[in-house]
Design a protein around this ligand. Sequence first.
Ligand code: ASP
Length: 325
Amino acid sequence: MAISPISPESAPPPYPHRHLLGIEGLSPDDISQLLDLSEEYAEQSRGRGRKLSTLSGCTCINLFFENSTRTRTSFELAGKRLGADVINISVGSSSIKKGETLIDTAMTLNAMHADVLAVRHPDAGAVKLLSEKVNCAVINAGDGSHEHPTQALLDALTIRRRRGHLRDLQVALCGDIAHSRVARSNIYLLQTMGARVRVVAPPTLLPPELERLGVEVFHDMRRGLADCDIVMMLRLQRERMQGTFVPSIREYFRFFGLDYEKLQFAKPDALIMHPGPMNRGVEIDSQVADDIDRSLIHEQVEMGVAVRMACLDLLAHGVREAGAL
Ligand code: ASP
């Protein structure tokens, strides 16, 4: 049963950006606004009246040029919970496969009068390019190794709900930093919100621009996890690798895979995170991943829906208010 939208008195203040293309460049206030509204949606999603009419009459399109389970599903669920019409376009079943360019796709989408477009693309920068050609708001659902802003927001929301704040927390991002858009977006967000970030990886899995990112770098888990509050494990992004980056999976797990032996270097109450999909026995041991006292992995998925509801809500209202449609 549909319940009434958030009342005008409690309607969120306008969000100052038209698109959400990345975390880089967002202010602490921008991030807090997104997290605070996400928090409200997280509570509401746990309650009974989960179906709202906040975005009734709006059209949200999910355009995915790369595979996805969690992100695409949660954008769909988020749009539906807000009462929007949601359309999913995946490359395998669209004209894009037949050679339509990104710009032609944009023109088609414009003709459909979408309000918000969530786009995932294998190339860094492709989502921004699309955002310059369409009339609606665009959310980057992951572009190559560049950014994945909604993932960083849901990670931050998950941490904030457990720890109450982000400021001064010591967070270790471990694994394939070089190819990870999750790592980049998390580094921007956590640093903007006052957390301390370090990366732990073999030198072959670190990106060249690391110095610019201002994080501490470690090449072994023992030192890298020392005194950490949060241990975030990242998947080896083999689809983005050209050549060999690790000697063998066995060796990689031995030195960089998170198991209880390595976890004991972190704080005794350190929490474990992973954006998924997980490769059990590669970057994380199964028992550690499933440890209900330490692992936040399922909560991350739950918060993904709440964060995407907040992003759709703020951006769709922004587009409507700007009278762009
Ligand atoms: N799901 C995340 C992403 O799309 C992480 C991963 O694929 O490893 O980047």
